[in-house]
Design a binder for this molecule. Structure first.
Ligand SMILES: Cc1ncc(COP(=O)(O)O)c(C=O)c1O
Length: 473
């Protein structure tokens, strides 16, 4: 509650419910404003209190009906003053809400948050009420078709996560013992794990200093007579030079499996990532640009391969002959519930990309002048990156202090992945990867969500400045 506005003030629209509104209205509004709460007003417009999604969930658990016109019965007296609220109402002399003040630091700011609106909730309820809650249902088909189309591909095969989609792609291409697959050293471990689980060997390749992805030259140097496939990863939303990688793979008779887990919407040479390879895989984990909670998809233009992936995804069972297994397959299926969330997310994908780009630009403006802080190098014009996590490079020795100082201020920062070669699980495959080691030592992921505004970036800049100039942390 604030009569004297100190922070960023915004319009109260979307944050206010009347005491006579239903629980459902409050839930939708709390989702749509992105802060997970609403302020409740009485008959004269006076502020009565605050309701968080946690309060609304508790009311449901205690038996309240979604359609009940009774927010007044739920709202706690005094809740307007809660110090841990990320937003507070600005009140006039008659306690009417005239605006909203955002208060960065009041509540924990995670590095990533799923952006879930009333649209995802309505789809999810629809899927639930249809009773098609397993892996058959309208949303699955719609999600597969829409996602493949968005990537410019003919077939989409949705899976339970972005690790098994990589696994499925490699398995369908027949990768197995004795085969080598070229994988970047700087990636999330899943990219290499699936190769190992199929009995093949990941050949770890260093990243390029400009793109951070594997370069065609580095791939070419790693090719041996046993190489069967290459798995470029568009790390942190930065697209690898796919035209050249595809041409190189063609010349050497190699499969290409693009790992697009972190790069929904990125493109190279005007073509979306995921459209350059035999199979491309995406993840829809909750920290990804588009999420289904857990989830993944394989996209391809090859109808036979799509058929084979569908069969392997479903225990290796022939679709037209129930319980007849051509080979030992897997259960890698996505549920209709997951897909229902995904359909709503896909409709909002352009807005997500826009929001993420603006958040990253905000960090560049706020932190760019600080000593020792750098941002990912701008990519040549053929690469069109997206922001997954906003990334910055900081002095390696200062990174733990920066992370700790932000943690003290309720702000979550994450270090980059460790280079795979540096970890015990991949010792057998380790190679010298100096670029990956450098990035891994200096890189941080900054909170990237619609909660991040100019006030947040200014606050982080203040903390960074204090740590980097020896004043704190
Ligand atoms: C590059 C990369 N590949 C694969 C995955 C695995 O995806 P999932 O978490 O959906 O299994 C991730 C997810 O974090 C990733 O970042």
């Amino acid at each position: 509650m604030n009569l004297h506005v100190t922070g960023t003030q915004a319009a109260a629209d979307g944050f206010v419910c009347r005491a006579t509104d239903s629980l459902w209205t409050a839930i939708e509004r709390a989702l749509d404003n992105g802060f997970g709460l609403v302020f409740v007003t009485g008959g004269d417009g006076e502020a009565l209190g605050r309701l968080t999604l946690g309060d609304l969930r508790q009311a449901l658990r205690e038996g309240a009906h979604l359609g009940n016109a009774s927010l007044s019965g739920i709202v706690r007296p005094g809740s307007l003053d809660d110090a841990d609220s990320p937003v507070a109402p600005v009140l006039d002399a008659r306690r009417r809400i005239v605006g909203i003040e955002k208060r960065p630091g009041a509540a924990f700011l995670p590095v990533a948050e799923p952006d879930l609106s009333h649209a995802e909730l309505r789809n999810l309820m629809d899927a639930f009420l249809s009773t098609w809650i397993s892996s058959t249902g309208d949303y699955i088909t719609r999600f597969e078709t829409s996602f493949a189309a968005r990537t410019g591909m003919s077939h989409g095969v949705a899976t339970s996560n972005g690790t098994v989609s990589l696994h499925l792609a490699l398995a369908a291409l027949g990768i197995g013992p004795g085969d080598e697959v070229i994988v970047p050293d700087l990636t999330f471990a899943a990219s290499a794990n699936v190769v190992i689980h199929l009995g093949a060997t990941p050949v770890l390749v260093d990243g390029d200093p400009l793109t951070w992805c594997v370069s065609p030259e580095a791939i070419e140097r790693a090719i041996t007579p046993r190489t069967r496939a290459v798995m470029p990863v568009h790390v942190f939303g930065r697209p690898a030079p796919m035209t050249e990688i595809r041409d190189l793979a063609l010349r050497h008779g190699l499969f290409v499996i693009e790992d697009c887990a972190e790069a929904h919407g990125a493109s190279y040479d005007g073509q979306p990532v995921g459209s350059f390879s035999d199979v491309a895989s995406f993840s829809f984990f909750a920290n990804k640009i588009v999420t289904t909670g857990e989830g993944g998809i394989c996209v391809t233009n090859d109808a036979d391969l799509a058929r084979r992936m569908r069969m392997l995804r479903d225990h290796g069972m022939r679709p037209e002959r129930r319980y007849w297994h051509e080979e030992a397959g897997y259960n890698f299926r996505m549920t209709n519930l997951q897909a229902s969330i995904g359909c709503a997310q896909l409709d909002r994908m352009d807005a997500f990309l826009n929001m993420r780009r603006k958040v990253h630009e905000g960090y560049e403006a706020a932190l760019g002048h600080l000593p020792g802080i750098a941002f990912p190098p701008p990519m040549p014009s053929r690469h069109a990156p997206v922001t997954w996590f906003s990334c910055a490079l900081v002095p390696a020795e200062a990174r733990p202090r920066l992370i700790e100082a932000c943690r003290q201020a309720n702000i979550d920062l994450r270090p980059f992945f460790h280079g795979l070669s540096s970890m015990p699980a991949y010792r057998r495959y380790a190679r010298k990867c100096p670029e990956s080691a450098r990035l891994s030592a200096c890189g941080i992921n900054l909170p990237t969500s619609r909660k991040v505004d100019a006030q947040t970036t200014a606050r982080i800049a203040e903390i960074f400045a204090s740590v980097l100039t020896g004043g704190g942390g």
